[in-house]
Design a protein around this ligand. Structure first.
Ligand SMILES: [Zn+2]
Length: 127
């Protein structure tokens, strides 16, 4: 049982990331956060513990996310414009001060929460 759980935790994280990134792109109308072109990827500002933080992830195009490695200087500026310096500093603080492990329960809750958000977004835009 324990062995089985350990083996599938990364798969659970993959699944949670997939649905979370989909939600981020829907929320952002598929507009890249750092260059305003069309995007379809969940772009991180910080990695690890903030992988499922709605402020830390924004829609990005592959140009910014991969080729410009997140386009982080623009990313930082735009986060500050959008949220203010205080929240931006708080985000950096949270990124540095928390463990980067997610429990099975946390991942399962993320999957349930964002699956339902994605679904409700699709229902709203159905025509
Ligand atoms: Zn871009």
């Amino acid at each position: 049982m324990r062995k089985h759980s350990l083996r599938t935790l990364p798969k659970l994280k993959d699944k949670a990331e997939k649905i979370f990134h989909k939600w981020i792109c829907l929320r952002d109308n598929y507009v890249c956060f750092t260059c305003d072109k069309t995007g379809n990827q969940g772009g991180h500002f910080k990695h690890n513990r903030l992988d499922f933080d709605e402020m830390n992830l924004n829609c990005q195009c592959s140009g910014c996310n991969h080729y410009r490695s997140g386009n982080l200087s623009v990313y930082a500026e735009r986060l500050i414009d959008k949220y203010g310096v205080k929240k931006f500093k708080d985000l950096c603080f949270r990124a540095n001060n928390q463990s980067n492990k997610f429990s099975r329960d946390e991942l399962e809750q993320i999957i349930v929460k964002y699956t339902s958000l994605v679904q409700s977004q699709y229902d709203r835009t159905k025509f």
